[in-house]
Write a protein that binds this ligand. Structure first.
Ligand code: MF3
Ligand code: CO
Length: 254
């Protein structure tokens, strides 16, 4: 594997890109309300991208038709914004990327709309937690699949299942670059992490079976059993003795 290492100058551009994305993602999350369509959310995000003077790396990627992926309930990832109406009790994943001065960051959140079931809330919380348990390993000297191991451990300890058909990935000059890595694996395996690597860590977690079905549009990935699925993603920078989340809005989210 030839994993890109970002220079200090590139790291600053990645930070600037991530900061914008973190803010847009938070604004978009707060915008989502019962009764809206997923396309309403897409249109709001298009305005935010414009206001922030950034472009989307999703639009046109392998002919993907939108700037966002909005994945409701049984939709795991790559939900194409449509006339689907968001309702009270739904869980909604918003996945976004931005290109800022040539540097791409990628992130996703699953939010709850109105009052959701206890099980749905737990799924959303464990998915988020699995991301953080994985991200903690993104420090120089650790192995790449230490991240995968920690994600899997967290998800399976809570009796949810980890989607196997999609991977986490490097990000920066391209939306998807090396390393590509599964969200499950063995501790102490995989390439050694180095300062300046940037990875989009993105566990997708199902309430029931991990099996996936792709709809006829060629994109929308749904759970084969129709049960719920959640997604959480941030672009993470590997440093010498710590990791840095580039796409989290620290001011408001913590
Ligand atoms: N975060 C997702 C991914 O890394 C979003 C990609 S959507 C696409 O796969 F349209 F760009 F494919
Ligand atoms: Co991604």
């Amino acid at each position: 594997m030839n994993i890109p290492i970002k220079s200090d100058k590139e790291i600053d551009l990645m930070r600037a890109s991530g900061k914008i994305l973190g803010e847009i993602l938070l604004e978009a999350s707060e915008f989502v309300k019962d009764g809206m369509t997923t396309y309403d959310v897409e249109m709001f995000i298009r305005k935010l991208l414009k206001k922030n003077n950034v472009k989307s790396p999703f639009l046109g990627y392998k002919n993907y038709p939108a700037v966002s992926c909005i994945s409701v309930n049984e939709v795991i990832v790559h939900g194409i914004p449509s006339d689907r109406v968001i309702k009270n009790g739904d869980i909604v994943s918003i996945d976004l990327g931005v290109i800022h001065r040539g540097y791409i960051t990628d992130a996703a959140r699953t939010i709850t709309v109105g009052k959701v079931s206890d099980e749905a809330l737990k799924l959303v919380e464990i998915t988020r937690k699995s991301f953080f348990e994985g991200a903690r390993m993104a420090v120089e000297g650790n192995h790449l699949y230490d991240i995968s191991f920690m994600i899997q451990k967290t998800v399976e300890a809570n009796n949810f299942s980890l989607v196997r058909d999609f991977v986490s990935h490097g990000v920066g000059r391209s939306l998807h670059e090396e390393p590509f890595f599964q969200n499950f694996g063995k501790m102490g395996t995989g390439p050694i992490l180095k300062k300046g690597m940037c990875v989009a860590i993105e566990p997708m977690v199902n309430q029931g079976s991990y099996r996936v079905r792709i709809l006829d549009d060629g994109w929308t990935a749904v759970t084969a059993d129709g049960k719920l699925s959640a997604h959480y993603e941030n672009t993470v920078l590997v440093l010498k003795d710590r990791f840095e989340i580039l796409t989290e809005n620290y001011k408001k989210e913590f």
